[in-house]
Design a protein around this ligand. Structure first.
Ligand SMILES: NC(=O)c1ccc[n+]([C@@H]2O[C@H](COP(=O)([O-])OP(=O)(O)OC[C@H]3O[C@@H](n4cnc5c(N)ncnc54)[C@H](O)[C@@H]3O)[C@@H](O)[C@H]2O)c1
Ligand SMILES: O=C(O)C1=N[C@H](C(=O)O)CCC1
Length: 255
């Protein structure tokens, strides 16, 4: 048993944070500190020795797409459950995480592209609406410090919409564009156009625009402050050890 483990009062969940000096990591450390049932045992950023995290029961990762897989493999190897907010998860990456977890029946991993409760509902509403409209486009807007485009949230939403359209037998989204300045029509994710806006003053925002005969439907979510993600992060921290294996998205935890 480590010193940190010995010192922890019974009943408190020991939490470590990767990316602790980043925009999200700072908020996560504050939220864990403020929670009566959690205790922050390690806050790690680039260049720090991550072995301090070995005392944690749950690690929260808000780092970057290029380091998150190494962090995840390390935590799973140590038998530590992980809550991941870092983006960049392809189906291939998710399969890799499932393979690492296969030999660790007591370890849980929750990976969610967006921990905002409103954002999770926005994605659910969009998936529900998708089968009723022939047209759909996604417009995501974020702060200019964001490294990836389109956002993980937009990519996840596009995949869910594409799946709902396929199940409903909808064909391609109508679009007569013949001459295009490259990029003018956005990126295409599973047949859904996604437009990424970056501007100072923004935090994280997304609109899903549906079009049908004589009508449009816009579903919009706005995170004005990173504290909006904290209830979802804490929900996952409290639940992850009771969910062995991989959970993608917050939907199952909210239900
Ligand atoms: N799921 C969500 O709800 C949600 C919300 C906001 C952001 N994000 C995602 O979270 C990630 C982080 O976002 P951010 O705005 O906090 O970015 P950020 O750049 O402010 O923070 C990332 C931090 O990770 C640190 N880091 C880099 N390599 C590391 C390593 N090997 N070990 C430990 N720390 C390391 C960096 O030094 C930095 O402090 C991004 O992928 C972003 O898209 C997800
Ligand atoms: O600030 C970011 O970066 C965010 N990233 C996530 C994404 O890519 O969807 C969630 C919203 C904030």
């Amino acid at each position: 048993m480590t010193d940190e483990q010995e010192k922890t009062p019974a009943g408190l969940v020991r939490v470590g944070v990767f990316g602790a000096r980043g925009r999200m990591g700072i908020e996560v450390c504050k939220a864990v500190d403020a929670a009566d049932d959690l205790t922050l045992v390690a806050s790690i950023d680039q260049g720090d020795d991550r072995s301090a995290v070995a005392a944690a029961e749950v690690v929260v990762d808000f780092t970057t797409p290029d380091v998150v897989m190494d962090n995840l493999q390390w935590c799973i190897d140590q038998g530590i459950s992980v809550v991941v907010g870092t983006t960049g998860f392809t189906e291939q990456r998710l399969e890799q995480v499932r393979a690492w977890l296969a030999g660790k029946p007591d370890v849980g991993v929750v990976i969610a592209p967006n921990f905002g409760i409103g954002a999770v509902l926005m994605m659910q509403f969009a998936a529900r609406a998708a089968r009723h409209f022939e047209s759909v486009e996604i417009i995501e807007q974020h702060h200019p410090g964001k490294l990836d485009a389109p956002s993980g949230t937009a990519t996840h939403t596009a995949r869910q919409i594409a799946q709902a359209r396929a199940e409903a037998g909808l064909g391609p989204v109508p679009d007569a564009t013949r001459d295009e300045v490259p990029g003018a029509r956005g990126a295409e994710i599973d047949g859904v156009r996604v437009h990424a806006v970056r501007a100072t003053g923004l935090v994280a925002h997304q609109e899903v625009l549906f079009g049908g005969t004589g009508e449009t439907l816009t579903i919009r979510h706005d995170s004005y402050d990173r504290v909006s993600f904290m209830p979802g992060v804490l929900l996952a921290v409290r639940a992850v050890r009771d969910r062995p294996g991989l959970t993608v998205g917050l939907d199952a935890l909210l239900d």
